[in-house]
Design a protein around this ligand. Sequence first.
Ligand SMILES: Nc1nc2c(ncn2[C@@H]2O[C@H](COP(=O)(O)OP(=O)(O)OP(=O)(O)O)[C@@H](O)[C@H]2O)c(=O)[nH]1
Ligand SMILES: [Zn+2]
Length: 205
Amino acid sequence: MHQIPPPAPSPLELDDPSPLPEAQALEATVARLIAQLGEDVTREGLQRTPARVARSLRFLTSGYAQDAQSVVRGALFRAEGAELVVVKGLEFYSLCEHHLLPFFGRVHIGYVPGEHILGLSKFARVVDVFARRLQVQERLTVQVADALEGVLRPRGVGVVVEASHLCMMMRGVQQQGSSTRTSVLRGVLGDPGVREEFLRAINTP
Ligand SMILES: Nc1nc2c(ncn2[C@@H]2O[C@H](COP(=O)(O)OP(=O)(O)OP(=O)(O)O)[C@@H](O)[C@H]2O)c(=O)[nH]1
Ligand SMILES: [Zn+2]
């Protein structure tokens, strides 16, 4: 009888038995950072922390090694219509480039197809390519719109990002209730009728 093997863990989640020199350098940097915060890196709870943080940071910035073209490959299909398509509420987590603290929220995307439509899951994958980098919210919004425009050549595209920034919540101005909305509306998504339809779709629960 065949045993079903357990699913392989993602390479980024593995405990690397022989870390590459750059991974070791990152670990050493994290160890130095912890020491400079006045902590004892050799105490039991912290011994493996530099390796964990290095691994975690590599995952959280894994978007640098990806590009939107490869992510959508194979999921472009001939368009069946030319109506507005809205994919809303895509969750994302990113790191603010000023404080290296998380900002997170939802991305809403609308587009009016040209010759192609895109497999629905790929919108979330495109968002992750750009969210898993050191970012500002405005650039994230523009990069998602640029990427979709590049691969889909749509008649119009709209990207709205709503996010909470921990750098504004747990430090700095400490505005726990604040959130930020950024948007890019291009092509026919800029036309009043289509824009209204898109904004109504994303604002309706
Ligand atoms: N526009 C924009 N600003 C951001 C984003 N993330 C963080 N910031 C802001 O970047 C700015 C950095 O300002 P600085 O004055 O250099 O840094 P700071 O002294 O830590 O600022 P405070 O947060 O006000 O304490 C702050 O106003 C942050 O709120 C983002 O995604 N977009
Ligand atoms: Zn910040």
